[in-house]
Design a protein around this ligand. Structure first.
Ligand code: CP
Ligand code: NVA
Length: 315
């Protein structure tokens, strides 16, 4: 248990976090990852910076990677975690307000990670929570995923992402929104390939413009992948998607990522946050250019440094 942390920080949306801090997180992750080469999964980092701290994780939607990677992240920093399912709480059953729940979480916990089906809930929780609060995926963003993906890109390509051409083929969803935010923060070139009725929301594109940056949208995947160093994708049907699945799947048919498309970007690698759907062929997903398993693993390393940032321990 713990009182309000001095200088604690939330990690809710990339667009609201200073670039210098995002870069510091990546630098710390690189350093910590390199020091773990001979350690077992649950061995604690030598400095045990979050010894005695507990991260409460709450999931309103399914998760495999986010749940496990945060579990390992806080354990490796010397702390622990407990995972709550919202439907097992008074909150989920309507018997307790979000405000009271957030205050209680702040009383028992040191940090709170929420995966939610409502952006409003994040905005509401933040009003009452007194401990670091992390967005573990919301309908509008998935910031921990994308910061970790930048780490993976730089690790594989051995270059700052600002020097690379990044391409997204797929739906304009939460993961893409965070990638767009990252393209502004880290100044990298971003091509988006999606059907014309599925482009990113105006509010997001306006934000890019306001920051004097641009993203390039193509309705032809072949044009979008040209010169790409990295091709990202994600499920066409997301967890929160309340759409006509048959129609949407059909609308994306031309945007399948297969070997033929990859040949148009010979130096590219393929990344996907998982879980996958039919947006990518099995051959590409399991092929040489795909680095999806390393990408998933790196979430542990980057989320450790996100926790360090939240607890104001990054130097
Ligand atoms: N990529 C990702 O967030 O996976 P989970 O939904 O399994 O957490
Ligand atoms: N866009 C996907 C990401 C899952 C990690 C979803 O929201 O379901």
């Amino acid at each position: 248990m713990q009182n309000l942390l001095k200088n604690m920080k939330h990690f809710l949306n990339l667009k609201d976090i200073r670039t210098v801090d995002l870069k510091k997180i990546l630098k710390d992750a690189k350093k910590r990852k390199s020091k773990r080469k001979n350690l077992n999964t649950l061995d604690v980092d030598k400095d045990a910076p979050l010894k005695g701290k507990i991260l409460i994780q709450m999931f309103e939607k399914p998760s495999l990677r986010t749940r496990l990677s945060f579990y390992l992240a806080i354990r490796q920093l010397g702390g622990g975690t407990i995972t709550l399912r919202s439907n097992e709480l008074h909150l989920g059953k309507g018997g307790e307000s979000l405000a009271d729940t957030a205050k209680i979480l702040s009383t028992y916990g040191d940090g709170f990670m929420l995966r939610t089906d409502s952006d409003k809930k994040i905005n509401e929780v933040v009003k009452y929570i007194k401990i670091p609060f992390i967005n573990g995926l919301s309908p509008s963003s998935h910031p921990t995923q994308i910061l970790s993906d930048i780490f993976t890109v730089e690790e594989i390509k051995k270059k700052p992402i600002s020097k690379l051409n990044i391409c997204w083929i797929g739906d304009s969803n939460n993961v893409l929104n965070s990638l767009i935010a990252a393209s502004v923060k880290f100044s990298f070139k971003l091509n988006i390939g999606c059907p014309k009725d599925y482009k990113p929301k105006k509010i997001i594109l306006d934000w890019v413009k306001k920051n004097k940056k641009s993203v390039h949208i193509y309705n032809d995947p072949k044009k979008a992948v040209k010169n790409a160093d990295v091709i990202f994708s994600d499920k066409v049907i997301s967890l929160n998607d309340k759409v006509n699945i048959k129609k949407k799947t059909k609308d994306f048919k031309k945007f399948l990522i297969d070997e033929k498309l990859l040949k148009l970007a010979p130096k590219s690698i393929f990344l996907h946050c998982l879980p996958r759907g039919n947006e990518v062929s099995n051959k590409v997903f399991l092929g040489k250019k795909s680095h999806v398993w390393l990408q998933a693993l790196n979430r542990v390393h980057v989320q450790k440094s996100i926790l360090m940032y939240c607890f104001n321990k990054l130097r």
